[in-house]
Design a protein. Structure first.
Length: 323
């Protein structure tokens, strides 16, 4: 009988019960659905003391980081990058443990501490979206991405919240197959499992601030009119500005034109439908504002490098796209 995989999770403040639960629950459900212990999770703090949380709560742990030497995989989970007095010692300890584990992971903002220890140099890594700009600026040797999660050789990083569920399901799927992942997703009421190629959905206000309500309004109009796309002139009229003003806002804050940004929104929606519904390629094309199946397939292939049919059935490139 195969021994359970020993997972050690270092909790660095701040952490929340929700964040810990998003990471742990898929592994616990894997054990329940498999009818045996596939994963054994133990939580640790830097000093072995229960982790303080909001509202006076304290999360119990199995010990200090130094007690995690027997683990197979080590994860650092933190929901912020607050400095603490022993940060340098903690990073040194992580570096010593790194060579002893098969996988080293940073969850939510955990990638910050792995990068601080020099453990992500040359690796693709992601972090929760509010910290992305500072992360990319500070750790120039890391290949920073905006994806939901990254799995690069012996390194795993993922964003926070529900992205943790996507990331842990990817790890479970790699070890135990897609059938178990689908069962876990069903139990967790996850409508779909995002792949590593999907970007985190960063709120528009977080990217452009509150000083540009006309840009936010234009994007909201685009998102509400996917099936029957509005023209750029209509978007400008509905947001009470000229076409040139609208184009200038998109270029300055989104580095794109209104038409290209709109097209990308429609194609991303189409990809979601292809991956998560049984609708035909033609139906999906029409729902996303394309005039015909062949036109949709041509534009989709140009943008993503594969046809809609290949997106749904990888390897079936010989099948017709109009089906």
């Amino acid at each position: 009988m195969t021994a359970p995989l020993q997972l050690a999770v270092l909790l660095l403040p701040p952490c929340s019960p929700f964040g810990i639960g998003c990471f742990a629950e898929p592994f616990l459900q894997a054990n329940r659905l498999a009818g045996k212990t596939l994963y054994q999770l133990r939580f640790y703090s830097w000093n072995g003391q229960p982790l303080p949380m909001a509202g006076g709560m304290r999360y119990p742990v199995s010990g200090a980081l130094r007690d995690a030497e027997a683990c197979d995989q080590l994860f650092v989970l933190s929901e912020g990058v607050l400095p603490f007095s022993d940060a340098a010692l903690c990073c040194h300890a992580l570096a010593l443990l790194a060579s002893r584990v098969s996988l080293l992971g940073g969850v939510h903002c955990g990638a910050w501490w792995l990068a601080s220890a020099g453990l992500l140099d040359g690796y693709h890594a992601t972090i929760h979206w509010p910290e992305q700009p500072a992360f990319a600026e500070r750790f120039r040797s890391v290949v920073a991405s905006q994806h939901v999660y990254e799995l690069d050789r012996g390194r795993f990083t993922c964003a926070g919240g529900l992205a943790q569920i996507d990331g842990t399901l990817a790890l479970i799927g790699r070890q135990h197959g897609v059938e178990l992942v689908e069962s876990i997703a069903a139990v967790l009421c996850a409508e779909r499992v995002r792949g590593s190629d999907e970007r985190q959905r960063v709120p528009l206000l977080a990217r452009v601030g509150e000083k540009h309500p006309k840009l936010t309004e234009a994007v909201m109009l685009m998102e509400a009119n996917i099936e029957e796309p509005l023209t750029t002139d209509e978007l400008a009229r509905l947001t009470n500005q000229s076409r040139r003003q609208l184009a200038r806002l998109f270029k300055q804050y989104l580095d794109d034109s209104p038409s290209r940004y709109y097209l990308q929104l429609r194609l991303e929606r189409a990809r979601q439908l292809l991956r998560n519904t049984g609708k035909s390629v033609v139906q999906i094309g029409l729902l996303c504002g394309f005039s015909s199946g062949p036109h949709f397939s041509t534009v989709y292939r140009t943008h993503f490098g594969i046809s809609p049919r290949e997106e749904r059935f990888p390897g079936d490139s010989d099948l017709a796209d109009e089906g």
